[in-house]
Design a protein around this ligand. Structure first.
Ligand code: NDP
Ligand code: GDR
Length: 374
């Protein structure tokens, strides 16, 4: 018998009925240190949940997005606890679940960068694909498969190559990266465990969602950060890859509410969350620079395309082919009708407000507000 089996056997002894168990509000979040994890934690604490998160051991500080909640603990009685763990370590997952006995699990942990997944394909498959299986099996090992509600962070990257638009819950999948393929496995293992073991498990097929807390290597944050730094004279030029890719961009805060709503339904189902609008990367660039008071003019084509600051005549946005992907997802446009109808979910923040909020936050972080520049 493995250690995981022993811990699981102990956890299974004296379990209350699923109904009594669900009267508690205890959430466990993998990926709690990421963009979505931090917003979801705030949302659940507001709702009165006890929130537990899995964090990775790191030699550098990796809880920056949660720091304010640590401070809050001294001001108000919130229940918030972090546990060291990793989606590649099944024994550890069993141990955490046995200890926490969560009523809801949100699996947000992932190697989430599409371009990086081409360089770390096996690792991405292990964490994003098999990691989901490990978490589901840990729930079963602890005898909680009829007690826990499980949310899986599925993605519009499952659609990949355009088969139809707008993309909905019935659109066939055609992933275009090791990340998309790993998430495809995770999607289907969630469906399979729901059907095989009667688990309450949902896939949230979320289109891109951004915020001032977005990681700096994702395109939106890379752009808003650079626009702020270029406006303040701290950076000379922004180098980007494919300017023509189109994405359906919403605000992360709106999307974490949708995750929670999916776990409050009478029966588990899969849902798309999206805005129903699509914009090219190029437009995100233009809007961000307009916001910092810089007018751009595009010149050249293909790999030589660049944008000039109309006032100074300098090239401040250039294409760098290093950021191209071996296979690209050209167009994402989601249809959130099912979530709007059954969950009553609707995005609140539109595209322009999202760009404004991100640029303002980056200007502030860079030490100045846009008004100070004019
Ligand atoms: P982030 O990249 O900001 O956060 C990812 C989180 O996963 C971090 O907390 C990271 O920890 C953690 N993590 C990475 N590897 C492991 C591992 N081996 N074991 C445990 N945890 C790990 O992603 P987002 O918050 O943007 O996204 C959350 C989830 O939603 C991800 O699964 C992503 O793939 C998915 N998704 C995101 C969308 C988006 O537009 N943001 C859209 C659709 C799906 P650390 O901080 O230590 O790196
Ligand atoms: P994506 O997000 O791949 O959609 O995955 P990302 O912001 O990385 O790319 C969006 C599009 O912009 C193009 N692009 C660039 N991308 C990056 N990162 N850096 C650049 O310099 C650059 N230039 C152009 C890309 O080619 C792409 O077409 C995100 C992640 O959060 C996933 O985890 C999530 O599942 C999906 O969104 C939905």
């Amino acid at each position: 018998m493995s250690i995981a089996d022993i811990v699981g056997t102990l956890a299974r002894a004296n379990l209350p009925s699923p109904e009594d168990f669900q009267k508690r509000k205890v959430a466990l979040i993998s990926g709690i240190t990421g963009q979505d994890g931090s917003y979801l934690t705030e949302f659940l604490l507001e709702k009165g949940y006890e929130v537990h998160g899995i964090i990775r051991r790191s030699s550098s500080f990796n809880t920056g997005r949660l720091h304010h909640l640590y401070e809050d603990q001294h001001e108000r009685p919130i229940k918030f606890k972090l546990h060291y763990g990793d989606l590649s370590d099944s024994t550890n997952l069993v141990y955490i679940i046995a200890q926490v006995q969560p009523t809801e699990i949100y699996n947000l942990g992932a190697q989430s960068h599409v371009k990086v997944s081409f360089e770390m394909a096996e690792y991405t498959g292990d964490v994003d694909g098999l990691g989901t299986l490990r978490l589901l099996d840990a729930i079963r090992t602890c005898g909680l498969e009829k007690h826990v509600r499980f949310y899986q962070a599925s993605t519009s990257e499952l659609y990949g190559k355009v088969v139809e638009t707008p993309q909905s819950e019935t659109t066939p999948f055609y992933p275009r990266s090791p990340y998309g393929c790993a998430k495809l496995y995770a999607y289907w293992i969630v469906v399979n465990y729901r059907e095989a073991y009667g688990m309450y498990a949902c896939n949230g097929i979320l289109f891109n969602h951004e915020s001032p807390r977005r990681g700096r290597t994702f395109v939106t944050r890379k752009i808003t950060r650079a626009a702020a730094d270029i406006a303040l004279g701290k950076q000379a030029c922004l180098y980007l890859g494919n300017l023509d890719a189109r994405r359906d961009w919403g605000h992360a805060r709106d999307y974490v509410e949708g995750m929670w709503l999916m776990l409050q339904q009478p029966a588990p189902e899969d849902f798309v969350l999206a805005t129903g609008e699509t914009h090219p990367v190029r437009e995100f660039v233009e809007k961000s620079f307009t916001k910092v008071g810089i007018e751009l003019r595009w010149e050249g084509a293909g790999e030589d395309e660049h944008a000039i600051d109309v006032k100074t005549g300098k090239s401040i946005v250039k294409v760098d082919t290093r950021y191209f992907r071996p296979a690209e997802v050209d167009l994402l446009l989601g249809n959130p009708a099912k979530a709007e109808r059954l969950l009553g979910w609707k995005r609140k923040v539109d595209f322009d407000s999202l760009v404004d909020e991100m640029v303002e936050a980056d200007l502030k972080a860079a030490g100045s507000l846009v008004e100070d520049q004019n």
